[in-house]
Design a protein around this ligand. Structure first.
Ligand SMILES: [Zn+2]
Length: 81
């Protein structure tokens, strides 16, 4: 959804919107319309720049992706440390 690089579905992070906030659906169990993103900060930033989130979720207003950002930052820290 961000960079459009094809990846197997299982490697993608599923995202859903809960009350205007985009959250990572780590267990793929949350209801509602989902979108998939590479678990990568650069991919998230690309999606934000392209305003891909409101389109993917068919949202009228702005969506807050900060929980996704925090999740991806946590993943990066784990890889480094
Ligand atoms: Zn990507």
């Amino acid at each position: 959804m961000g960079c459009r690089v094809r990846t197997v579905y299982s490697e993608l992070l599923r995202l859903v919107v809960v009350e205007g906030v985009i959250v990572p659906d780590l267990r793929r169990r949350l209801p509602g319309r989902g979108a998939s993103l590479h678990p990568d900060l650069s991919c998230l930033e690309l999606a934000e720049r392209r305003r891909a989130f409101p389109r993917a979720f068919r949202a009228a207003g702005a969506l807050d992706p900060s929980p996704v950002r925090r999740h991806l930052e946590g993943l990066q820290t784990e890889r480094i440390g």
